[in-house]
Design a binder for this molecule. Structure first.
Ligand code: NAP
Length: 302
């Protein structure tokens, strides 16, 4: 393998250790810890497993953590009341509503009801606006793009003046990471192109990228010949391409693949993220970082 492997699992541990140290310091000085409330509606196994992982990580870091489970027939009004309760709870600094929500719920209304200063997912329109303005306006960058940028910085990849190509224009990955990479600041100052299903000559754009960020959800979309030799390749895609029996647990687990043909790409790229073990572990890590940040804003120490 010629490319340097950018391991999200390793970077996660570095960041969690930093958060852990800060939480202890703040607790000793100010007598408070970050508080995270997660609201889980219904019993979707995928949502349960995401929320459980978030709560376990918060617990490991010494946060106050609440997993608020609600039945899937809850009304929009009752969910709004619950959000109001956490908006007014001084011990809670981050509120997260696990998506997707059942059909009867007005998802937009729910997300917009979260106090933007507790919106650690960064999806509230106020935080999307803050992200667009950039610089010191940014409070909570959305977690997956923030994780991508952090990986690029910690891998020592030069972003200033770099050609960045983002494949995908979703609200949760493509648009925010594109916006973050062209801002002034650390891990940014890049020249950004965003490509999507209507783009002519996808390959031609990708070939120009010093940093190629792929978030399409199409296994093997990016071919090795689309990669500029020495480029940094960040594969955000998580695609279930089959099932296997886990050697550890004996249970059925999904076989995951990214959007990039990893085995061939690693022979051309300068650095590359694997799937799994790349961007995936970074999302929850950045959620923890945002929750700690929220407490620090409240204490006036940032
Ligand atoms: P999404 O909302 O489905 O958006 C996919 C984007 O990719 C769209 O903008 C789409 O273009 C574009 N696209 C799809 N096929 C394409 C093609 N053949 N050529 C060019 N562009 C194409 O997906 P998402 O939510 O951003 O997620 C993308 C991937 O990242 C998924 O695999 C998801 O599981 C993964 N993901 C991982 C994490 C994590 O690791 N923590 C977090 C979030 C997402 P159009 O707009 O033209 O349709």
């Amino acid at each position: 393998m010629s490319a340097k492997l950018i391991s999200g699992t390793e970077i996660r541990e570095e960041i969690l250790a930093e958060i852990d140290a800060e939480v202890k310091e703040i607790k000793a000085k100010h007598g408070v810890v970050p508080g995270l409330a997660t609201i889980l509606v219904g019993e979707s196994p995928a949502s349960i497993s995401y929320v459980t992982l978030k709560i376990q990580t918060a617990h490991r870091l010494g946060f106050k953590e609440i997993q608020d489970n609600q039945s899937d027939d809850i009304s929009t009004e009752d969910l709004l009341k619950l959000i109001d309760q956490y908006n007014n709870d001084d011990s809670i600094h981050g509120i997260l509503v696990q998506l997707p929500l059942p059909d009867q719920i007005d998802e937009k209304k729910i997300l917009n009801a979260i106090d933007p200063d507790k919106d650690v997912d960064g999806f509230h329109p106020v935080n999307v606006g803050r992200l667009m303005i950039g610089g010191s306006e940014v409070k909570f960058p959305p977690c997956t793009p923030a994780g991508i940028q952090e990986m690029i910085i910690r891998a020592g990849v030069e972003t200033s003046g770099a050609e960045v190509v983002v494949v995908g224009r979703s609200n949760i990955v493509g648009k925010p990471i594109a916006n973050m990479m062209f801002q002034k600041g650390e891990g940014a100052n890049s020249t950004v192109t965003v490509v999507h299903t209507r783009t002519k000559d996808l390959a031609g754009h990708c070939k120009r990228a010093d940093i190629l960020i792929v978030a399409a959800g199409v296994p093997g979309l990016v071919k090795p010949e689309w990669i500029k030799p020495g480029a940094c390749v960040i594969d955000v895609g998580v695609n279930r391409i089959g099932e296997k029996i886990s050697e550890k647990t004996g249970k059925k687990i999904a076989i995951l693949s990214g959007d990039v043909d990893f085995d061939a790409a690693k022979e051309i790229a300068g650095s590359i993220t694997p799937v799994p073990g790349g961007v995936g572990p970074m999302t929850i890590t950045m959620l923890m970082k945002n929750t700690l940040k929220s407490l620090k804003f409240k204490l006036g120490i940032i």
